[in-house]
Design a protein around this ligand. Structure first.
Ligand SMILES: [Zn+2]
Length: 463
């Protein structure tokens, strides 16, 4: 594949060449300069640098985060040492439930000023247990640099048109329901001259999304796997494909081999996937050569652990445990994502970044409305904890009119709390579905294969 011609964007009036970037662009460039080299390091060298960074993170956590002081102290950690792999493996895992229970005790009491400002977000991950995560502007900077790394790995043509169908797309008023932008937005546009972009909310029904893709013909599409599957099915039934499309980028859920095959067959384009989470940003990016996922070792430590706590060998699957190397606002140390993934072997591309062969257990079903249209289920989870002491939730769509809402709560909810929750859920779903409430002790049981899905549809495909 040939490298597309790229024009760097200059941020200084009167200077067209060589381009001078903005301050933020310059910071991204300096990270990219390093990432370009570290990706080729042997794995052992990456581990050494990670351990040095983790030592700094643990010292900060021990000294400024009450929850970690207690926990790390109990595990035998003392500042001033030099961390070994064995020390690391002796640290306990941090579960979502731990994070819910710890609350503010997980936040640093003394964040160094260069990390500020911080941002807060609510996440449900793939387990339906909402937690609040605080991250810093340095995490955002790493996110930007890794986004550009992903573009460069896959030799994207920045002059092309980009379409994005996702959750946080702006919702423009009026007919179009599409927000048109003159460039790809940050971070690509911070560094490069880019073509235009368009964004649409995935809550728009599938037929309208397809109609729009056909009319606008973007070269790149970014969306969620379950939404993509619905788009591919819809067009394949009519023998259509979006004109000019070169590649689909996916985030947020598991890409199955079936989806890759369906997209290839119906649209004649490949899928390039990124494995990310709200808590950490990118965890692993798909290799441009082998299709394996390379862990983003410069930003996160990704551990795949077998049931007995051992590191998974290539071909073996286990739980995904992640540590953010630079989140000093709310250190997440050996955080159990409740995802399951299969370890990969050394990559034929020569990069030393460890690999994941495939990510399992992150799927969601689409919501079916009474008129037969499908969309991504938005359930309004971010407001639940304001209304009632809810620990975990799950929705099961039983028919086009009826949805079962399952909860684990600290105590039985009152009729008034149920009524308020119903209102939030129905508004988020976009239809006054008949809701039935059921309650579970401890944890909502997992589905076949140990997978937990926040939203389960019991409606047969094609009905
Ligand atoms: Zn590779």
């Amino acid at each position: 594949m040939t490298e597309p011609v790229r024009r760097l964007r200059s941020y200084v009036d009167g200077i067209a060449w060589p381009a001078l970037p903005s301050r933020h662009g310059a910071a991204i460039q300096s990270l990219l300069f390093q990432l370009d080299q570290t990706q080729w390091w042997p794995e052992q060298r990456l581990v050494e640098r990670q351990l040095a960074q983790l030592q700094a993170l643990l010292e900060h956590a021990y000294q400024t985060v009450p929850y970690h002081r207690m926990r790390l102290g109990a595990a035998g950690f003392r500042p001033g040492g030099s961390l070994t792999e064995a020390d690391w493996r002796a640290l306990p895992l941090l579960t979502r439930r731990d994070v819910q229970n710890a609350g503010k005790a997980l936040a640093s009491l003394k964040l160094p000023p260069e990390y500020a400002p911080v941002t807060e977000s609510q996440t449900s991950g793939s387990t339906g247990q909402p937690v609040k995560v605080i991250a810093t502007q340095l995490d955002a900077l790493m996110w930007d640099a890794l986004t550009i790394r992903e573009h460069l790995w896959h030799r994207r043509d920045f002059s092309a048109r980009l379409a994005v169908i996702r959750a946080n797309a702006p919702q423009p008023q009026g007919e179009s329901r599409v927000s048109m932008q003159r460039d790809w937005g940050p971070p690509a546009a911070a560094l490069f001259e880019t073509g235009p972009a368009a964004a649409m909310s995935f809550a728009v029904d599938v037929a309208a999304q397809v109609e729009w893709l056909m009319r606008h013909g973007p070269e790149y599409l970014l969306t969620y796997p379950s939404n993509l599957m619905a788009l591919v099915r819809h067009t394949a039934a009519r023998g259509e494909r979006p004109p000019r499309l070169r590649e689909v980028r996916t985030i947020g859920e598991t890409v199955t081999p079936e989806l890759r095959a369906a997209c290839r067959q119906a649209w004649q384009v490949p899928i390039v996937d990124a494995y990310s989470s709200q808590e950490f940003g990118y965890l692993a990016l798909q290799c441009p050569e082998s299709g394996l996922y390379h862990a983003m070792s410069e930003n996160v430590l990704v551990e795949l652990l077998a049931a007995d706590g051992r590191r998974c060998a290539p071909g073996e699957s286990g739980r995904v445990v992640v540590t953010a190397l630079h989140n000093f606002a709310m250190p997440l140390i050996r955080y159990d994502l409740d995802d399951c993934a299969e370890a990969g072997g050394p990559c034929p591309c020569g990069r030393g970044l460890p690999t994941i062969a495939r990510v399992l257990g992150r799927t969601r079903n689409m919501l079916r409305l009474p008129d037969g249209t499908q969309r991504w289920p938005l359930v309004g989870f971010a407001r639940y904890r304001e209304l009632a002491p809810i620990r975990q939730y799950q929705f099961v769509q039983r028919s086009r009119e009826e949805i079962e809402a399952r909860f684990v709560a600290d105590r039985p909810l009152t009729g008034e709390e149920e009524a308020r929750l119903s209102q939030v859920i129905q508004t988020a779903l976009g239809h006054p579905f008949r809701l039935t409430f059921s309650y579970f002790d401890g944890e909502i049981p997992r589905g076949p294969g140990g997978k937990f899905e926040e939203f389960v549809s019991m409606i047969e495909i094609g009905t």
